[in-house]
Structures are given as C-alpha cells and as structure tokens.
Design a protein around this ligand. Structure first.
Ligand SMILES: C[S@@+](CC[C@H](N)C(=O)[O-])C[C@H]1O[C@@H](n2cnc3c(N)ncnc32)[C@H](O)[C@@H]1O
Length: 436
C-alpha cells in the first residue's frame, strides 16, 4: 500500500459524500479531487474504492448502523463514508486487514481528528471480531446482495423477469475497453497489428465492424495514434447507431442529442455527410468540438432543444435523424455505478415525457423515405420498446425496420442489448423509415 494510504481513502470519502448525500455525479466530483494526486496508481485506487462502495452501499450502510452507536452527522458524516470505504476493503479482501485498518485510521485522523480516529479503529476491529454474525444479519434480498436500490430491482424484475439477477450482476462488473477504429484512416486489422507491436492485445468482434476489444484496460495515452484520430474509445453497443442509420455520402444527418459527440464522430467516420450536431447543453456541446477536432471532422454545432425545432431548424429536411435520447442510463451502470443511487423513480416519468416530445417534434423533420434511429442506454421498457411502440402508433407514416442480424435480441419493436451481452453496455435501438 502506498505510504500510509490515507489520501485516496479520504478523497474517496469526500467523493462518496458528494454522490450519496448531495446527489452529485461521481465522475464530475472526482475530476477536480484527483487532479492534484501525483500517482496514477492513487487515482485508480480512489476511483476503485468509490466504485466498490457504490456497488455494495446497502450492506455497508447497514453494517455501519450496527457498528456505530450514534449516527455520524454534520461534519462527522464524512467518517460514515470513510468507514464504508474501509468495510468495503475488509469485505473484498484485496489488502490485508491490518493494512486496511491502518489506512482508515490515518485517513480519519487527518479528516476528523484523533478522537474519531480512535472510533474508526474500534469500529473496524469490532467488525473483524463479529464479522460472520453481522454479515449473516444482512437481508437476503437482491438489493442487499447485489447493491441496488429496491425500486430499481423491482423495475428491472417487472421488465426482465428471470434475467434480473444476471443483469444486476453484470452491472457490478468492470467493462472491457472497446475501441472504435477510424477506418477512413486505417484498416481495423492494420491498427490491431500496431497495437500488437506496442504489446497491447486486442480482438475484433463479429457484428461490430469498426471495433476492437482490448484484453486488458490501459491508459488512453498508450493507444498508438489516439491524438492523431486513428482510434476512439466507445462501447460496442454505442457503435451500432452508425449501422442502424444506413449512412451514405451526401446525406443530411441530424444527431439530435449529440454531446459529447461520440456518435457524431462515428457518423462522420462512416460517410461524408452534412452533419448537424444538436444538444441542449451548451457546455457539453463544446466537447463535441474537441472530439471532432481530434478526428479532423467538421459539423454544424447547434445549441438547442430537440423538442422545439422552430428555434433552430432551417426548414431543410434530413435524410437521417439520430435521437440518442436522454434516458435513465440504467444500461451503463457497470460504467457509472453512481447512477443507481442518483436516479429516482420519479425521474423516469420525466425522461419518458421528454423522449416522447423529442420523437414527435423531430419526426416531421425527416424526409419521406428517410430513417430515424431512436436509441437509449436504458434497460427499462417504458423508455424503450413501449416508447417506440407508442411512437409508431401515433405516426401512421412510420414503419419499424426489421434488423434481425444486428447484435441483441428482438424487442418488438426494435432491438435490446442487455448489459454484459456480447461484452456490451445495455442499449436499445429502434430504426424507423418514414414512408412517402
Ligand atoms: C445520451 S447523451 C448523448 C450522447 C451522445 N450521443 C454521444 O454519443 O456522445 C444525451 C444528450 O442529450 C442531451 N439532451 C437532453 N435533452 C435534450 C433536448 N431536449 N434537446 C437536445 N439535447 C438534449 C443531453 O445534454 C445529453 O448530452
């Protein structure tokens, strides 16, 4: 363990306070906290500890309740999260128990002072003594065993039945690193050989024309030609949007929820199209610019609400429209374990209403014969096939396109990939043609 290991534990406790008490997103919280950390190893450790706690929060929170006499409140609340980090480490067993206790006590001392360092020592040693009995008391439910809020387990169970356990377990796995090779610049096999020469093992995957999956996760800076735009990071499921769009040179394409621009970039790699990349969030829109700059592409970047085209549309119809809709992101929980705690049941209703408004507003911007692709990284049917079916019922000139050879399973209408299937994130796609 590096030095006394206190700093990564302290930072993890601060980040977890922000996520679990204040509803902040983990990545946005961690970025400034990790910046001053010199060692890449400490940054990786801090992130891993946060992920570990978020994946086991119900059990850790319950254990702390049993081990600490009075709830830790106010300034001492941070200690609650520090204890969660230490209990997670004791449970996962990567480090010897004495090293975990030592690091936690050192972190508690600098975070909250000597008295609470003593409390930390006592609580963790008490856990060590009563471990079996305390763990046996935890409720034997999926929410506790797999670390999810009860409402989300119920929602997934209602939609996915006997696949629920596998879905929840897949959400606790770390995803492999998927690359998208810019085949305008280099053949996939040639890039795989470049990786091999750099000592990086990668495999191509059937059904994902531009993708390579690395055998081990590595720092992006080690990828040959990344800065020159030969390759990007993008999950396999997200790479399917470009296939569903059936792109051809010269088309006018709208990427309606485009930031940070992963799918916009892929669209431009696939064909010389005239792309409008729209997003409601001006700050996120800037990130599309830097994504496209690295790859040497240009697009018309527009800040606007996809549900109100009057404020930004020039009146010319599009040949292709991609709606990568704002959604619950329940399909990417393995990548963002904070999502399960940040989403609330009431958010789903709002998201479904926004998706419906965007679909209805953009349909008339598609030229007859054109294709609209609706995508979410959600698992919930209300955002996916139920949303798509209702859309098709509202629009008599919309026909679902059957894509039986695409990865995933038929969702009637559209196709669903469940998290972990084909090593992918969970994703849903509907492609619909506007009949003349
Ligand atoms: C799933 S993300 C898109 C990811 C992006 N397509 C990519 O591949 O990098 C959804 C995006 O929709 C945007 N958004 C949400 N509501 C919107 C609206 N009413 N109009 C346009 N964009 C919206 C969000 O700001 C967010 O950037």
């Amino acid at each position: 363990m590096a030095s006394d290991g206190a700093l990564p534990r302290q930072l993890a406790a601060r980040a977890l306070t922000a996520v679990l008490d204040n509803g902040r997103a983990l990545d946005a919280t961690l970025a400034p906290l990790l910046e001053p950390l010199g060692e890449a190893r400490d940054r990786a450790l801090t992130r891993r500890l946060c992920h570990g706690v978020l994946r086991d929060w119900p059990a850790l929170d319950r254990l702390i309740g049993r081990l600490v006499e009075k709830p830790l409140k106010g300034r001492n609340r941070r200690l609650h999260f520090l204890l969660a980090v230490a209990l997670h480490e004791l449970r996962d067993g990567r480090e010897p128990d004495h090293a975990v206790v030592h690091a936690a006590v050192a972190a508690a001392r600098s975070l909250c002072g000597s008295r609470l360092a003593g409390l930390t020592n006592g609580v963790l040693r008490n856990f060590g003594r009563r471990r079996e009995a305390l763990l046996a008391e935890l409720p034997d439910t999926a929410a506790f065993r797999l670390g999810y809020p009860g409402w989300l387990v119920e929602a997934i169970e209602a939609d996915r039945g006997d696949k629920t356990q596998a879905i929840l377990a897949a959400g606790n796995q770390s995803p492999p690193l998927w690359l998208r090779v810019n085949r305008r610049r280099i053949a996939r096999e040639t890039y795989r050989e470049q990786l091999a020469q750099a000592g990086i093992e990668a495999r191509a995957v059937d059904g994902f024309a531009d993708a390579l999956v690395l055998a081990e996760r590595i720092a992006v800076s080690r990828l040959p030609g990344f800065d020159q735009g030969l390759v990007s990071i993008q999950d396999g499921a997200a790479q399917l949007a470009a296939d569903y769009l059936e792109l051809e040179a010269g088309q006018r394409v709208l990427d309606a929820c485009a930031a940070p621009g992963g799918k916009s970039a892929h669209i431009l790699e696939r064909a010389e199209v005239e792309l409008t990349a729209l997003d409601i969030d001006g700050e996120r829109l800037v990130r599309i610019g830097s994504t496209l700059d690295r790859l040497g592409f240009e697009a018309r970047l527009v800040e606007g609400d996809a549900a109100s085209p009057d404020s930004w549309w020039d009146g010319r119809h599009f040949d292709r429209i991609l709606i990568d809709a704002p959604c619950s992101a329940t399909g990417v929980i393995r990548r963002h374990p904070d999502i399960r705690w940040l989403r609330r049941p009431e958010d789903i209703e709002h998201l479904v209403a926004t998706q419906r408004e965007i679909l209805d507003a953009l349909w008339s911007l598609l030229r007859p014969g054109g294709i609209l692709v609706y995508a979410t990284c959600s698992l919930l049917r209300v955002e996916n096939d139920e949303q798509a079916r209702a859309f098709l019922e509202r629009h008599a000139d919309a026909r679902a396109i059957d894509n039986p050879d695409m990865p995933g399973r038929p969702a009637r209408p559209g196709r669903q990939i469940l998290p972990g299937e084909r090593d992918c994130d969970g994703f849903y796609y509907l492609a619909a043609r506007r009949v003349p």
